[in-house]
Design a protein around this ligand. Structure first.
Ligand code: FES
Ligand code: FE2
Length: 347
């Protein structure tokens, strides 16, 4: 068994290297759909940290550490009054800033320990999603939430959902921007096994983002097969990532377009939850929503079969595994990850 002495002997540079439990800090993390947050508190598991989310008296979202500082009870099992949350075990009351303001078992005049305080987190809502700031720098000095111009634009319709993956979030992110797997992983749907070569693509890098697109011959599946029929225009596939946990997939077939905007939440080293938006500019009737949702889930089920048999997190040392030209976009994500880690933006 590892002793305390062994732990102390781990060199500092090793301790500051990313590992399977690392998440980047000083970013806004998309963590939930707005419609899933109410006055009924809810636990969000974020790489081993439990957070609690609920709405206060003005409808604002409050985010605190999700475990009571008294005995570690899950606060989401408690109740909300105004902006405060009460622990279900001994009724301790926490204010929106995380301060404990009442201990029911205390006699009149007994003081509340100064350390009886939960960490509180900055939160904002955008695109009907909840964004939580995970970091210790002023938010003004940190990257902003990425754009999503199609959201609620005339002629576009959104559906939302979530999907649970059996894999590390870096693998899930890589999968959703991967240009080369469709002919194999999606062979039974839109993947064309007879044409696996990936055209070379130009990498477009932003401050904390990367994107690339390819033209390809389509093999529409699922709902797109019904919509496009036998007259398949060639397609454009664009994949984009935004640090730290967002990817976006754009597919365009002639005038038909859809966007998948994906928030990948690191739950723990082997589990990731993706909260997704699917935004389309065709068959915008709500009656088609069911089919859009079904198509997204079917596709992720196929992807998960590959992700769950990968080993651990994507290595931060880029020389550990071998790369092909088609991997340029994923490599860019890993380089951005390492850049943030070298800046000390890891927790
Ligand atoms: S465990 Fe929360 S009040 Fe005691
Ligand atoms: Fe896929």
């Amino acid at each position: 068994m590892e002793s305390l002495k062994d732990k102390v002997l781990i060199p500092q540079e090793e301790l500051s290297k990313p590992n399977d439990l690392t998440v980047l800090k000083n970013f806004w993390y998309g963590i939930e759909h707005s419609s899933n947050v109410s006055i009924k508190p809810k636990t969000i598991s974020f790489m081993g940290h439990d957070l609690v989310l609920y709405r206060g008296s003005e409808g604002q979202i409050i985010a605190l550490d999700g475990r009571c500082v008294h005995r570690g009870t899950e606060l989401a099992a408690g109740w909300v009054e105004g902006n405060c949350i009460h622990c279900p075990y001994h009724g301790w009351r926490y204010e929106a800033n995380g301060t404990c303001s009442h201990i029911p078992a205390n006699q009149l005049g007994a003081s509340i320990p100064i350390r009886a305080k939960l960490r509180s987190y900055k939160v904002q809502e955008k695109y009907d999603l909840v964004w939580l700031f995970w970091g210790d720098l002023p938010v003004e000095d940190c990257p902003e939430i990425p754009p999503l111009n199609e959201f609620q634009q005339k002629g576009w319709r959104s559906v939302q959902g979530e999907f649970t993956w059996d894999g590390h979030y870096t693998r899930v992110i890589a999968n959703t921007i991967d240009m080369a797997h469709a002919p194999f992983v999606h062979a039974s749907a839109f993947g064309r096994k007879e044409a696996p070569a990936v055209p070379s693509y130009k990498l477009e890098a932003g401050e904390w983002s990367g994107s690339g697109f390819i033209n390809f011959d389509t093999k529409p599946a699922y709902s797109l097969k019904l919509i496009l029929g036998t007259d398949h225009p060639s397609g454009v596939f664009r994949a984009t990532f935004y640090m730290p946990n967002i990817t976006r997939v754009d597919l365009q077939f002639g005038k038909f377009q859809f966007v998948l905007f994906l928030l990948h939440i690191p739950v723990n080293a082997t589990k990731t939850i993706t909260k997704w938006l699917h935004i389309r500019n065709f068959v915008t009737t709500p009656l088609a929503d069911y089919f859009m949702r079904r198509d997204v889930v079917k596709t992720f089920v196929q992807d998960n079969e590959a992700v769950k048999i990968q080993a651990g997190a994507a290595p931060y040392d880029l020389t550990t595994d071998i790369h092909a030209p088609s991997d340029a976009l994923e490599l860019a994500y890993r380089k951005f990850f390492n850049r943030a880690a070298e800046m000390g933006w890891i927790s």
